[in-house]
Design a binder for this molecule. Structure first.
Ligand SMILES: *Cc1c(COP(=O)(O)O)cnc(C)c1O
Length: 374
């Protein structure tokens, strides 16, 4: 069986984790701080705050952005549930805006029509690791005084006009879930250039306990702390961070390998009548997290089943959130609301794309898809 997205783990990750296990300190400590420092340096961010998932990162980012009940937050319906769930959990309304057919990202031209006096933030989702049109989104944010929180769950290693995702002047959230460009088993990271926001994020991720108090009362030892607000339990652990530390130096190699696979697929399917291959815009560098192929004839379920029979696991990204029972019941969204997202969803199939996918497997996938869509 060719798996869809297995983690790329070798002896390096194993020995780094074993070292932490033997150290006597398992939860968040200096290994996590080291991972944060290296991650910040990698993406070119001033601050990186490690959390237990990208979902937690988005949730805390909304809180430090001051999102309150009754506010509206604009995002794409073509994303994983977490992006909109966190907005709902804060009592705010996720306002979906349709995507464009070329990048499957939020269409900035459609955003302006959905902005109201209650709109507070935009969460652009970099679908498949291809950065959104951040220049257009920044213009909207400036014109309407909105905050931007990037959902970069797919986009570690990607850049927009030469600037790494995560290095910009807002909040950006990354995922280290097993299928993502870099994994720590479970985990996430928030990057920002704002020191005050970074400090509040660090406090909120661990119960609301202030670290400054430790410094002020240094003479009395490490037992003293002050609770500044009711926080959450969303920290990561040194065990998870150790995996990330071992993965980070390999990341550019992983991305380069996925880029080669992406291009090999595109070349192989270029002349195939029944498919539409994905494109990458010239002003961005993608992380090539997904290979989303569109099937023209809409027999997607049969193709997925037949590929499974041939030992090839695939996936679909995403079932648009406005088609989910919860978002229909809670906010009255309906089929037909976002025709572009529906158009892509009905045709999309994600093929395996990961560093350790070998030539023989790639050949088998390409030949099988060609045979099935012919
Ligand atoms: C995976 C994913 C998330 C959530 O990441 P977790 O680390 O699992 O919380 C959020 N948004 C998108 C687009 C994702 O693909």
């Amino acid at each position: 069986m060719i798996a869809f997205a297995p983690p790329c783990i070798d002896q390096k990750e194993i020995s780094t984790v074993v070292r932490v296990l033997k150290s006597g300190w398992l939860t968040m400590g200096h290994v996590t701080h080291d991972f944060e420092d290296r991650f910040a340096r990698y993406v070119g961010a001033k601050h990186a705050v490690a959390v237990n998932s990208c979902t937690s990162g988005l949730f805390l980012s909304l809180i430090v952005s001051g999102i309150k009940p009754g506010d509206e937050v604009i995002t794409s319906p073509f994303t994983f549930a977490a992006t909109a769930n966190v907005v709902h959990q804060l009592g705010a309304k996720p306002v979906f805006v349709d995507i464009d057919r070329e990048t499957f990202n939020l269409d900035p031209r459609k955003v302006a029509t959905k902005i109201t006096s209650r709109t507070k933030a935009i969460i652009p989702v970099h679908y498949g690791g291809q950065p959104c049109d951040l220049c257009a989104i920044d213009h909207l944010a400036k014109d309407y005084k909105l905050l931007v929180i990037e959902d970069a769950a797919h986009a570690l290693g990607a850049s927009y006009e030469g600037q790494k995702i995560g290095s910009r002047n807002n909040l950006t959230c990354f995922s280290f879930y097993v299928t993502k460009p870099l994994t720590t088993g479970e985990g996430g990271m928030i990057t920002t250039s704002d020191e005050k926001l970074a400090m509040r994020l660090r406090t909120l991720r661990l119960h609301g306990i202030s670290h400054d108090a430790w410094k002020r009362y240094d003479g009395t030892g490490h037992w003293y702390y002050e609770l500044r607000e009711a926080g959450f339990k969303m920290n990561t652990t040194d065990l998870n961070a150790a995996i990330g530390l071992a993965q980070l130096p390999k990341l550019d190699g992983f991305t380069a390998r996925r880029e080669r696979l992406f291009k090999a697929y595109n070349e192989a399917f270029a002349d195939v009548e029944g498919v539409i291959t994905p494109t990458v815009r010239p002003n961005v560098q993608s992380s090539y997290h997904l290979y989303p192929l569109l099937l023209k004839k809409k027999k997607r379920a049969a193709v997925i089943h037949a590929l499974q029979q041939k030992g090839i696991a695939t996936s679909v990204h995403f079932i648009p959130l406005h088609l989910q029972p919860f978002y229909q019941q809670a906010y009255g969204y309906r089929k037909g609301d976002f025709p572009e997202a529906e158009w892509v969803y009905e045709r999309e199939i994600s093929l395996p794309i990961y560093p350790q996918l070998d030539k023989k497997s790639l050949r088998h996938i390409i030949d099988s898809v060609k045979e099935l869509v012919a």
